[in-house]
Design a protein around this ligand. Structure first.
Ligand code: SF4
Length: 825
């Protein structure tokens, strides 16, 4: 049966998709039937009445945005009658609109203004007089990020639907009736509402009713934007695609530094035009006066500005001295989940081949190292198995250890849409009443640290009730019997005693998960940040495999990686046990491969120290020289007293960053790096998608890109590196990293947003892993994991259980987010 229906619009044949409305089919085929309240991302109500059409055989005029296309329809979209009706409707609309266009920021991009021009409805041509502004219509400027001017609102309802249907928040609604109707947040003032400032409403508003907060007292107009560049958000692992608009500051009549003035979500993967408050309003830190502008060297106890040549020469000399005196392993480097793949690649190459040390790691150690290890053991690949967009179509979603609304705001919109739009069942397993519990079919509250017990309990319930996927287990897994034996201990009553989850609820959750057509597990650091985090991850793998909920769309095990490029930093080998592409440092063939590729013999062939071990080794004087790029362990690491004492012990500490962070303040040398806005390269988001990072502006001060600084240091230490650009580094990555083999600079420049593995230039990328149960490691490995409980239990002296978690508004020790205008303190 065909998926299209054939209709005629003003005698033009149009192929409409089944279920599509006439308006949508018309727009897709280049027929622009006038409209104002329509937007392709929201449901349609025909409230503006501009998209009216006649259908042969139907005596009534209908709105084309609400009328489905049906085979053979003969539609009239433009006729003197319809055009006259549109003009009247528009005239009435304008009579209730504050049309002070000259002073409106939307002047030139306003859809109502365009329509008024189209229908020749200038102020002197209108039939209907302006209605006096009603008392309840007002300017609400109380939000920290958006303003609402109801005198310009045309009550199209787009903002209300965007808030509800795209973001899943439902903050906005209409208030009052008829002529008094206006948009409200449910509270008298915007600031008192639950609005978190994502800005979706501003982006979708067709007129100037909703606007971004003025910058320096001036509301930003589209025509103020001098340059627009598409790039990737620098905050979380979603990797939202942003269009960044800049304008040059004018100082004493001379154009100087570029300034970010406007951010819009780009309508592509992974965010489909949406952003959260950080992406839309939190990037002005790049122009903050606190930005480091010149290198610093500690002299007489104080950090003083020096020229680059001195900083590079001094740093290289000190690293060389330490290496000669104490051996290469007295040096260590901490790479960064904030910087690009190219910078991470070069950093680990520097530590391994120039310093000659195996000691390279980064903050993934403290978040998802257990994911990388656990999923690699169970499946062969330590990454999110499926794509973000697939979540919207999952029949069951199990979220645990992830307050997704705060940590990965745009991913939470997919989960909410799955529930609200497509009827998915959401199971939240979390001790806290997180925002997602409002959408949940089931909310199970486990005792902290009992994740293996409830996951095993679900597996046991599936086995006991015969809900397991026998074919999948037989054909695609191994170690099932050993795992099953251990599970016998986890009957629902025993699990209830251990976890506090009522037995009947656990069994029902297991049934929902196992019997669903598709079921996704979504987890984050609530699962991984435990002494037994790797076993927690393996237990998630067991659950997915026993139900056969992996290797197909909208299923799988989906760890949400935290920072913008924590996935990429791992992929690039900024880990002590693997080279780029997770190639083991202990494998002689791998060592030989990298020695050849890098033209360097004697690469360290042993597993180096982890982040936490590095700190202890610095404390104990075993590591004497430490190079930290874009990390702030003085705030982010556990046991800050220990970190401080360690860094005080460091013989030589070099910090490369954009601000003088708490860690940089302790350094002997501080090297000023560029921010995401002054760099080219790529980030890899949580769904393994390699995304472009594009230079938006000239470097602030004398900052240099991380790869340039690393290269200068390498050459000062005797190398002859000659990379001219991040693209050249990516070409080397393509050569030595099989999963990135086909993700070339050319394809990235071409707009291809590919997911690894993508081994060749012909490969289309991999939206979901382990297709049809063909695991990366061959067969999926069931793990016989046992509940062992948290290492530290509350007692009389320490009665509280404290947990880690993120805030929506802040990121990465807040070094950037606390230096923005809009994000609250
Ligand atoms: Fe998107 Fe995350 Fe950036 Fe928010 S912080 S805009 S969710 S990438």
């Amino acid at each position: 049966m065909s998926d299209t229906v054939n209709i005629f619009i003003d005698n033009v044949p149009v192929a409409a998709n089944k279920g599509e409305t006439i308006l949508s089919a018309a727009i897709r085929n280049g027929i622009n039937i006038p409209n104002l309240c329509y937007h392709k991302k929201i449901s349609h109500t025909g409230s503006c009445r501009l998209c009216i059409v006649r259908i042969e055989g139907n005596p009534k005029i209908v709105t084309s945005c609400t009328t489905p296309a049906e085979e053979g329809q003969k539609i009239t979209a433009f006729s003197p009658e319809l055009e006259a009706a549109r003009k009247t409707v528009l005239d009435l609309q304008l009579s209730d609109h504050n049309d002070d266009c000259i002073n409106c920021y939307k002047d030139g991009t306003c859809e109502l203004q365009d329509m008024a021009f189209q229908y020749d409805l200038g102020t002197d041509k209108r039939k209907y007089p302006r209605i006096t502004t009603k008392a309840d219509k007002c300017l609400d400027t109380t939000s920290q990020v958006v303003d609402f001017d109801s005198s310009k609102c045309i009550q199209c309802g787009r903002c209300i639907k965007a808030c509800d249907e795209i973001q899943g928040k439902g903050v906005l609604s209409f208030m009052h009736r008829g002529i008094k109707s206006t948009v409200k947040t449910g509270t008298e003032l915007w600031v008192d509402s639950t609005c978190d400032g994502c800005g979706e409403c501003v982006q979708i508003c067709p007129v100037g009713a909703l606007s971004l907060k003025p910058v320096n007292g001036k509301r930003i107009r589209s025509k103020d934007v001098e340059k627009s560049v598409n790039t990737t958000c620098p905050y979380c692992g979603v990797g939202c695609q942003l269009q960044v608009g800049t304008k040059k500051d004018v100082v004493n009549g001379v154009a100087s530094q570029d300034r970010i003035i406007k951010i819009t979500g780009v309508d592509t993967v992974p965010n489909q035009g949406s952003t959260c408050v950080k992406g839309r309003f939190g990037t002005d830190f790049v122009n903050h006066p606190d930005r480091l502008r010149k290198p610093l060297i500690r002299k007489d106890g104080k950090l003083v500005e020096v020229e680059w040549a001195e900083a590079i020469e001094y740093t290289a000399k000190r690293f060389d001295e330490i290496k000669k005196k104490n051996g290469a392993e007295a040096l260590a480097g901490l790479s960064s989940a904030r910087v690009t793949n190219e910078n991470n690649y070069l950093f680990q190459k520097f530590v391994r081949s120039v310093m000659g040390s195996p000691n390279v790691d980064h903050c993934a150690r403290l978040c998802h190292a257990s994911t990388v290890a656990g999923l690699a053991i169970s499946f062969g690949s330590g990454a999110m198995t499926n794509s973000i967009a697939e979540l919207e179509y999952a029949k069951v979603i199990l979220v645990t250890g992830s307050n997704t609304t705060e940590t990965h705001p745009v991913i939470s919109t997919y989960i909410k849409r799955a529930v609200q739009k497509h009827g998915a069942k959401l199971i939240v397993v979390d001790p806290r009443q997180i925002d997602l519990t409002r959408y949940a079919t089931m909310w199970l509250r486990q005792r902290n640290g009992t994740d293996i017990a409830w996951l095993n309990g679900m597996v046991q319930a599936i086995i006991a009730n015969g809900w397991e996927n026998k074919d999948f287990i037989a054909n695609h897994t191994e170690n099932y019997e050993a795992m099953k034996e251990v599970m016998k201990k986890y009957d629902p009553k025993t699990v209830e005693g251990l976890t506090g989850i009522p037995a009947d609820q656990l069994v029902e959750a297991a049934r929902l998960f196992a019997q669903a057509e598709s079921a996704s597990i979504v987890y984050s650091m609530g699962i991984t940040q435990h002494a037994h985090g790797t076993d927690n991850v393996k237990a998630c793998g067991n659950l997915a495999m026993i139900a056969g909920q992996i290797g197909k769309p909208s299923s799988g095990v989906n760890p949400l990686r935290g920072q913008n490029n924590v996935q990429g930093a791992c992929d690039m080998g900024a880990l002590p046990n693997v080279f780029p592409g997770y190639q083991a440092v202990t494998n002689p063939d791998v060592i030989a491969k990298f020695e050849k590729a890098w033209g360097k013999q004697g690469l360290p062939a042993k597993v180096g120290l982890t982040v936490t071990e590095v700190m202890s080794a610095v404390h104990d004087g075993k590591v004497k020289g430490l190079y930290i790029m874009g990390e702030n362990p003085m705030v982010s690491d556990p046991d800050l007293n220990h970190v401080r004492q360690s860094l005080e012990h460091a013989e030589f500490l070099v910090v490369q960053d954009i601000f003088l962070t708490e860690t940089a303040q302790m350094a002997h040398v501080v090297l000023p790096a560029t921010s995401f806005a002054e760099t080219d390269g790529t980030f890899t988001n949580t769904e393994r998608r390699v995304l472009p990072v594009r230079r938006i502006m000239a470097n602030v001060g004398q900052c240099k890109e991380d790869w340039q600084i690393i290269q200068e240091l390498a050459n000062a230490m005797g190398e002859k590196w000659n990379y001219a650009s991040p693209a050249e580094i990516m070409r080397e990555i393509n050569q030595v990293t099989p999963s990135y083999g086909g993700i070339t600079p050319e394809r990235i420049a071409n707009g291809e947003l590919l997911q690894w593995p993508c081994p060749t230039v012909q490969h289309p990328g991999t939206p979901y892993l382990h297709k049809d149960g063909n695991f990366t490691r061959g067969k999926g490995l069931f793990a016989a994991v046992d509940h062992i409980g948290a290492k530290e239990q509350p007692d009389k002296d320490f009665p509280l259980v404290l947990n880690t978690g993120r805030l929506l508004f802040h990121y990465h020790t807040a070094s950037m987010t606390r230096r923005t205008r809009a994000l609250p303190e």
